[in-house]
Each structure stands twice: as C-alpha cells, then as structure tokens.
Design a protein. Structure first.
Length: 539
C-alpha cells in the first residue's frame, strides 16, 4: 500500500505500488510480520465528560493501568470507602468550589459489580464525612450519589436518599467544583492520546452540547480535533425538550458526505429514551429480578422512561429526520426499545396524504441508529430490519456486566436477549461495537474479543453468554472499522484500506484474525497513523 498527502494512493503487489508511488518520492516501511489494518473507529463515546472525570477520584470496577481493560474481581464498597477516606485525609488536594469549600468528587462507582452488591445512599456516605460534600457518579452516568453535605450545598431538599437520576444530576454538577481550564485541557489531551494509543483514528462523541454552554463545548472539541491525534464526529445531545431540538435545527446542518480530511463534523442528533440497565433505570416491560433487594429510591421497579408522553418523543424524532439529520436513540430496556421502534415506524412509514414513499425511503437512508439496543427479542430485530435501523452495541454489557445481568439483574432467560450481535447481522443490519467511554474502557481489540467470545468476565468460571450471538473475527473487525464508520457517515473517508480514502492506519504486533490468538485485548498497538502522519508509537 502507498500513501501520499494523507491519502491512500495505491494498493496491490509491491511492484504495483512502487510503480504507482514513483512520483511521490516515497519511503518504504517493512512491516516485518506485523499486521496493518484500517484505523479503528469508536462510534459512541463521550469525549468531554471523559476528560472531566479524569480530574475526579477514580472508583471504577476496572483494574489500574496497564490492566485497565480487566475487571477487578475484588471490587467492593469497602475498598472504595478506603480510597475516599484516604482522599479526605488530604483536604488541601481536594477541588474547591467558588466558596472555597473542598469537595470529594468520585467517578465510576458501580454497585452492580461490587462483591457483594451494596446500594449507595446517604446512609453509606454520611459516615465518610459530615462536613465535606461527597458526589459520586455511577459508571453509567445515569445515577449520582450524594452525602448530606453535598445535598445542602446543592440546595437539594426533596431527595433524602441522596440518589439522583438522569437530568436531576445537573443540580449537583452545577455547584460542584470544575477543574481549572489548563487542567481540563490536559485531561482532554490525555483522553484523545489514550484513544490513539488504542489504535483509534476516529471517534464519535454521542452527546455533545449537554451543558449550558454548548457553543463552548463544540468550539473546544473542534479545536481538539484540529490539534489532536484523532478526527472527531459528534451527535448533538437533546433532552426531552423540543425547544432544545428546535435550536439545533435552526443553528446547524448535518455534515454527512463532505470530502477532505474532515477533522471535526456534526453528524447526528442524540435522543435518550431511558436510563441504564446495570443502574436499574433502563425502562423494562417487567420488573428487574433484583428490584426487591436493590431498589433505586424514587425509581419504579421497571426503570425510568424519559418521555412520559411518547408522542413528544415521536414528534422530536420526526422533526430531526425531516430536517435530514441522522438520529442516535439511546434505548437500553426492552420497553424503551419497544416504544422507540414504534416511534421510528410512525416517522418512517408512508401515509396517505402525508409522508410519501420517496420521502420515507430518503429518511430510512439516514442510517438511523438504536444505541445500546441492549435487550432485543426476535420481534424487535425484525422491526429494526424492516425499518432499516441499525444497532450499536455496548459489548461490555456482555463481557463486564453479563454475569450480574444473568444472575442478579435479569435472570437467565432475559439475559439471553443481551447484545444480539449475530442475530442483527443475520437480519441484514450494520452492526457496530462501542465502549460508551467513560462507561467502559476504550479498546477496539477488547470489544472485538468480547463480541467473538462473549465470555462473562465477572464469573469465576468465565462462562459464555448466549454462544449463538458470537461474531466471527472478521465481523467483529468490521464492527470497529468499516461498519462503525458507516454508522457515523464517515465510511467514504475512513474504515477500510481503499484508494482515495484517508490514510488512517493502525499497525498491530499480531493479527486479530488469527484463530490462535485468544486474548485480543492484549495485542500490542505498535503504531497509529492519522492522515498519513504517525501519531502514536509504542517504541
């Protein structure tokens, strides 16, 4: 293969490529048995929140570097409490709010992966400190836990448990300390460098503009893309408020097929139907199996529906696609998937005197997505295929949370519906794999491994969750390269090694398609190239 000016110029035999590259004064690189692949594409992560949480105390259920893609099987509230106490013992190092009050900010706590599971409320947090506000963000991002001091600081009086959900979390975030600009920029650089070191050359932010300063967010991410090692696409975060969507539609137009290097682009609208299954807030058709033992305060035992009036959701979805915007809809619980698909049906189906056949087909060609699509029965898969919808799976739900889903949260039967990757492929859909980072660690090779083997890493026995849904290695590779790029409307630029595409490449120490290699996440990413420039080297 030959590249010049950031573009793939030639592919073929060595003699063919040498001939095609004569006019470009090329330098030759011998791979020496290493594997060259298209740069990986992360189709769903959260860049700016990931940067913010890098400045917080890490309380995640994952091991420390360099094993950060492995579960910590000794994860417990006791170990977390010790981390918090240690941090509280050094108040000078804690971030301070505008009044000079130190706060303990912790990220990544996950009761569902604790041994044993322990529900977090003020009962657990107040003994740690009665004076320093404590704010802990659940790894899903859909729950937060506060002690009494933090609730007082945020003027929260109607939530005695200290457990906040969904948009209610913003009340605490508004008064919590923010990192200094220089520190935040450093954290942002680290997130993008981490992605590059994992072989990613493109990432897609699935929720840009969630704060009260969306223009600042967009400007910051655009600058980061221009200066950093990865290109960035983004979806505009839209809460259940039509005026927010109307503002997006009036202010921006989607950039779907522009040529050129495309360092930064806005390519979709993001809607969120429900919460998190491991956080027990995903919207279900029947109660969680553990709802009596591990109820979330003020949350129904079937989870949360972010659109009590689903006609509002349908209307917003219709507005977005009518303006030519691709849409990413977050749907975890089976009931959420059900109403999301019904809304999609209404806005994608021709109607007498309304939507024409031609208009409906044009809408379906927007590559509309269902994000996570965690629990899919056969009927849901058939409906998605009929409507030309496509799922992006948070495959860590199988690898990291599969054991607790099967044994605690859903039970054996319902857990079989989790991340049905192969069934989606069989139905003719494009499938991508994502980390939802900050939710799970970055790592395309780890995601491939979890899709290929579907091993429940939280079980000592390392059992398999629904073997029939395993992907082939090639299908898993497509799900983190070409199909991931297709989901993001980037496949005309990246995702495969083709003449005319951007020279976004990754060089691996081993071939992930080699059947003898089982621990794909341990394959070393030796080099990452972005638009023909080496942006990461293991050496």
């Amino acid at each position: 293969m030959g590249t010049a000016g950031g573009i793939i110029i030639a592919i073929g035999t060595l003699s063919e490529v040498r001939l095609a590259m004569q006019a470009h004064q090329p330098n030759e690189t011998d791979l020496r048995g290493r594997t060259l692949l298209p740069g990986f594409v992360e189709p769903h992560m959260h860049v700016l929140p990931s940067a913010l949480y890098k400045s917080w105390l890490s309380l995640t259920p994952f091991q420390q570097a360099p094993r950060q893609q492995e579960l910590n099987l000794e994860y417990s509230f006791q170990s977390i409490s010790q981390q918090i106490r240690t941090a509280l013992a050094q108040p000078d190092k804690l971030p301070k709010d505008k009044k000079g009050q130190p706060w303990l900010l912790g990220f990544g706590i996950d009761p569902s992966l604790m041994q044993p599971w322990e529900d977090i409320t003020v009962t657990q947090l107040d003994p740690l400190s009665s004076t320093v506000p404590i704010l802990l963000m659940n790894s899903s991002g859909h729950l937060a836990y506060l002690n009494t001091a933090a609730m007082k600081a945020a003027n929260i009086e109607d939530t005695p448990s200290g457990v906040l959900t969904e948009i209610g979390i913003s009340a605490a975030l508004k008064v919590a300390p923010l990192p200094k600009l220089l520190e935040f920029v450093g954290c942002l650089k680290q997130v993008l460098d981490d992605a590059s070191a994992m072989g990613f050359t493109s990432v897609f932010d699935a929720g840009l503009g969630a704060t009260d300063q969306p223009q600042l967010e967009i400007g910051l991410l655009k600058l980061a893309a221009q200066l950093g090692p990865v290109r960035i696409g983004a979806a505009l975060f839209t809460p259940p408020q039509e005026e927010v969507l109307d503002n997006w539609l009036q202010t921006y137009t989607p950039d779907l097929d522009s040529q050129g290097e495309q360092r930064f682009s806005l390519r979709a609208i993001k809607l969120i139907a429900d919460g998190s299954n491991q956080g027990l807030t995903g919207y279900q058709s029947q109660p969680y199996a553990c709802s009596h033992e591990h109820a979330i305060p003020d949350v129904p035992d079937t989870g949360l529906n972010n659109y009590q009036d689903t006609s509002v959701f349908t209307r917003m979805l219709d507005k977005a696609v009518a303006h030519g915007w691709p849409v990413l809809v977050h749907a975890n619980g089976d009931k959420a998937v059900q109403y999301v698909l019904e809304s999609y049906r209404q806005v994608l189906t021709p109607q007498p005197g309304g939507l024409s056949e031609e208009q409906a087909q044009k809408r379906r060609q927007l590559r509309l997505r269902v994000e996570h699509a965690s629990l899919l029965n056969d009927d849901a898969i058939d409906k998605m295929a009929e409507l030309q919808l496509n799922p992006s799976f948070l495959i860590g739900h199988v690898g990291y949370w599969g054991h607790t889903f099967q044994n605690t949260i859903f039970g054996q039967e319902r857990a079989q519906l989790l991340d049905r990757c192969q069934s989606a492929l069989n139905a003719g859909m494009h499938v991508s794999l994502h980390s939802d980072h900050f939710v799970s660690p970055l790592g395309a090779l780890r995601m491939m491994e979890q899709a290929v083997f579907r091993t429940m890493e939280g079980s000592r026995e390392k059992a398999v969750l629904n073997q029939e849904e395993r992907l082939s290695r090639m299908a898993a590779l497509r799900a983190v390269t070409l199909d991931a790029a297709w989901h993001c409307h980037l496949d005309h630029l990246v995702g495969s090694l083709e003449v005319g595409k951007q020279a976004d490449l990754v060089i691996l120490a081993q071939d992930p398609l080699d059947e003898s290699v089982r621990k794909l996440r341990d394959i070393v990413v030796e080099e990452t190239w972005q638009a023909g420039v080496k942006v990461h080297s293991k050496a």
